[in-house]
Design a protein around this ligand. Structure first.
Ligand SMILES: NC(=O)c1ccc[n+]([C@@H]2O[C@H](COP(=O)([O-])OP(=O)(O)OC[C@H]3O[C@@H](n4cnc5c(N)ncnc54)[C@H](O)[C@@H]3O)[C@@H](O)[C@H]2O)c1
Ligand SMILES: NC(=O)c1ccc[n+]([C@@H]2O[C@H](COP(=O)([O-])OP(=O)(O)OC[C@H]3O[C@@H](n4cnc5c(N)ncnc54)[C@H](O)[C@@H]3O)[C@@H](O)[C@H]2O)c1
Lengths: 206, 206
């Protein structure tokens, strides 16, 4: 089983490999991949061992093959349909971001509790009342939910999405979310990235 | 020297410790900290060894002491002043987010290239033209920059902030940013978190 930390690294190896391949590099060593992320090559080899026997001792990994294996492991070799609840500033910024669709994540349903927003169209999608989740999400085959509501409504929205069949939630709302049974939750706190930056600046950087 | 991955873990240990302390736990083992993040206790001990001799073999770490040491190492025991460029959807969501100020990160200057936005006030701050950076940032003592501009203007804005004395940049703009000399860059791609979620859902979760 891979830990969350290893999964996060797989995503970063994937981006590194895609840049290297674009630059014409087809063979890559665990050292090259590790250097970019600040991990030892032993850690890289351990992470990649999860994908099966891809590397050749002394020669390294074939970049195209490794890219395909990581995409399969991460499940980004297919499309994921998502619903977004809380069509405010952050919700709108996520809706406009092309990076999600490029990796196969499509937001196909919008929900908001503000009567003034219900019925409007944002980035081509109609905003529905949260009451419509139970009917709409199974009909569309939505598996993921993105929560950009205020903290106080996040739990109720998470539970409603879980009841409607959603199997994974990405939440931006601060505070601890009780994980609905059978649903995976990843929470984002952008302060973590600011702390990383503060550390680098404080210690004179890389 | 700590790798980016270890620094990211320090932030997550910090949040875990703060929750445990609020619940009344004062002694914590490396196993307890590691479990929450999916890392081995050997990795936790290695990360924390950077902070000095805090743990007592067999007894664990004193939570309050460890919290202080992590805050000092991350540089969040002090205030950081930041400037934000690109006051659009994402910029506004970041401005309203209380999580930053709670950790000592204060956004004190706003910049946007849209003439219709320059001179307006957003969340109590006046929006300036990017031309005003060279004068304003040193005068305010701003050390960090947050980039929420479109991808095509990110490099120019990063270089202008670097010239004005900024020492660290948090960028959301897609694409690779050339690191201005002497400046640290952390880039955020929220697709990485969605991939983490897809992995958990695909493999039946935790
Ligand atoms: N984790 C981070 O790093 C980070 C960064 C920025 C913002 N945030 C968080 O993201 C959330 C959104 O921020 P924002 O600036 O976009 O806020 P916003 O006020 O602009 O948007 C919130 C939206 O949620 C809607 N809403 C309220 N209750 C709802 C419910 N029960 N069901 C569906 N929709 C509901 C509101 O009508 C509004 O449209 C906040 O919780 C904020 O704290 C987190
Ligand atoms: N990394 C991620 O996960 C992620 C997620 C969402 C959005 N984004 C990115 O964040 C950025 C902002 O997204 P948004 O939805 O808020 O866009 P937006 O269009 O709402 O906001 C962009 C703002 O930047 C301003 N701007 C343009 N050129 C500028 C310049 N030279 N100097 C200063 N300001 C300038 C515009 O006037 C506008 O106000 C985009 O690059 C987007 O791709 C990244």
């Amino acid at each position: 089983r891979l830990s969350r930390a290893s999964v996060g690294r797989l995503s970063l190896y994937l981006r590194r490999l895609e840049i290297l391949l674009r630059e014409g590099t087809t063979k890559v060593s665990s050292g090259t991949l590790g250097e970019a992320l600040g991990v030892t090559d032993a850690q890289v080899r351990k992470d990649l061992a999860y994908l099966g026997h891809l590397g050749h001792p002394g020669v390294g990994y074939a970049a195209p093959e490794l890219i395909d294996a990581i995409r399969r492991a991460l499940g980004v070799d297919r499309e994921w349909l998502a619903a977004l609840a809380g069509v405010g500033n952050l919700g709108r910024a996520l809706l406009r971001y092309r990076g999600f669709a490029d990796r196969g994540f499509r937001i196909v349903a919008l929900f908001d509790a503000d009567p003034a927003k219900i019925g409007q169209r944002v980035e081509g999608l109609e905003v529905h009342s949260p009451d419509a989740m139970a009917e709409l999400l199974p009909a569309l085959g939505v598996e993921l939910g993105v929560l950009t509501t205020p903290a106080e409504s996040a739990q109720a929205v998470a539970d409603a999405m879980a009841l409607a069949g959603v199997r994974g939630l990405l939440t931006f709302a601060p505070g601890v979310l009780r994980r609905p049974a059978g649903v995976n939750v990843v929470s984002v706190d952008l302060t973590v990235q600011l702390e990383q930056l503060a550390f680098l600046v404080q210690h004179g950087g890389e």
